[in-house]
Design a binder for this molecule. Structure first.
Ligand code: CAA
Length: 389
């Protein structure tokens, strides 16, 4: 029986900082960001947006189109957790009005959390083909102001409905898997910005790719030429080009610009202008590919590389279903991205430094532009979410 992605929907914040503005403020050549790391804009969440509002906003179009019946799992992958105990997905469950007969859990392993949720969902649907799962990746990428990581910030969420006989992508069962106890990127509980050994992190990302790709090709008997399109975890888009060159090199191929354009770059369109969204980012890449590839991808195989620092990596693949285009929310995504507000450097720093209150008192948050849901305030250490007006 086929299992996989039946619907997919992407959401990102309504505000962004152009990396030219950041370059000017930091005295850096903008080409370092635009070309060197391959990023143009980073999405910045306003104070009344968090992973819950982004996750619910990503999932709402799917619920409106497909209803709530038989959704027996909501798995939310994130490394921007809002509570040490309660799963953030429970707030999303409430905002979306999902049935009580639904397992709700939070998946954490850095940027791998979304893939962990996907694998759990596929296993559940295989066992009980009448059930459906909502898998969401949602994150806010934050590094210290002025640090090398600053230009690779961003935010976003992707929601996917996982079903039997999916209408967008059947996920194939084989996978290369790699774990290692390392410190390339981490965020201790007392910090709201991540710590990272940047150069080391990019090295282990590429080494784990070589390992998982090697396993994948051995297990499946497939090679580089059997994959039609490539999607990667995207901390910044230039790393995907390096990853692609690595895989091609292992097959004795040096891809030219035209080939990279065809097999890779449509998956980078959204990330270039929204930035890293950690657990969501591989699936932002997949959604970007589906929305922006001019050709008909029906029947094509997509290679998927998931990487979470710390680290866990996985290489797997899927086959795009004929007629997939009718299931996409392409117009909605484009409208959302075209209708964003550009921030000045001062506004960006102000938003960045507004810390979430921790005094247990009553606080109401000013209304910014958000999607359908917003974080209205906090009372007695409890976050209050509302429908945006
Ligand atoms: N014009 C064009 N290119 C330029 C340039 C210019 N004027 N100036 C520099 N460049 C190029 C450099 O040559 C370099 O390219 P190569 O890597 O191909 O050599 C690129 O721009 C970046 O320059 P630096 O290496 O000097 O940049 P940096 O050290 O300041 O920071 C970084 C780069 C390490 C990626 C940093 O942004 C960072 O720490 N980011 C966060 C960590 C990260 O994203 N790691 C990725 C792997 S871990 C992961 O995937 C999990 C996750 O999501 C975090």
């Amino acid at each position: 029986m086929k299992t996989g992605i039946d619907r997919i929907s992407f959401y990102s914040s309504r505000y962004y900082l152009d990396l030219k503005t950041l370059a000017e403020a930091r005295g850096t050549d903008p080409a370092k960001y635009y070309t060197g790391i391959g990023q143009e804009k980073m999405a910045i969440p306003p104070p009344d947006e968090d992973i819950v509002t982004m996750a619910a906003s990503a999932a709402l179009p799917i619920i409106e189109a497909e209803g709530r019946d038989n959704i027996e799992l909501l798995a939310l992958g994130t490394e921007s957790g809002i509570d040490q105990s309660k799963a953030a997905g429970l707030f999303v469950h409430g905002l979306l009005g999902l049935p009580a007969r639904c397992r709700v859990v939070e998946m954490k392993e850095a940027c791998y959390g979304g893939t962990a949720g996907l694998q759990m969902a596929l296993a559940m649907v295989q066992r009980n083909p009448g059930s459906k799962a909502l898998v969401i990746g949602a994150d806010i990428a934050r590094y210290d102001l002025g640090s090398p990581g600053e230009a690779t910030q961003g935010c976003g969420a992707v929601a996917m409905l996982i079903t039997a006989n999916p209408r967008i992508m059947t996920v194939e069962p084989e996978a290369g898997i790699f774990s290692d106890d390392i410190m390339d990127f981490w965020r201790p509980n007392y910090r709201s910005q991540a710590l990272v050994d940047g150069k080391y992190s990019t090295r282990v990302y590429l080494n784990a790719l070589a390992d998982t790709w090697g396993q994948y090709t051995t297990i499946t008997g497939r090679g580089y030429g059997d994959i039609d399109r490539f999607c990667y975890h995207l901390p910044f888009t230039r790393i995907a080009e390096k990853a692609q060159e690595r895989l091609a090199k292992s097959a004795g191929i040096k891809p030219d610009d035209e080939t990279l354009e065809q097999v890779l770059r449509r998956s980078l369109v959204y990330n270039r202008i929204t930035g890293n969204s950690y657990a969501a980012s591989l699936y932002v890449g997949l959604n970007s590919l589906l929305d922006n590839d001019d050709g008909d991808l029906g029947g094509k195989r997509v290679g998927m590389y998931s990487y979470g620092s710390g680290c866990v990596a996985e290489y797997f693949s899927g086959i795009i279903e004929p007629g997939y285009r009718e299931q996409l929310f392409t117009g909605r995504h484009r409208d959302m991205l075209d209708d964003r507000t550009e921030l000045t450097f001062r506004q960006y720093e102000d938003m960045f430094t507004l810390n979430f209150p921790t005094d247990g008192g009553e606080h109401t948050f000013a209304q910014y532009r958000t999607g359908p849901f917003r974080l209205a305030g906090v009372e007695q250490h409890k976050r209050i979410y509302k429908r945006a007006e």
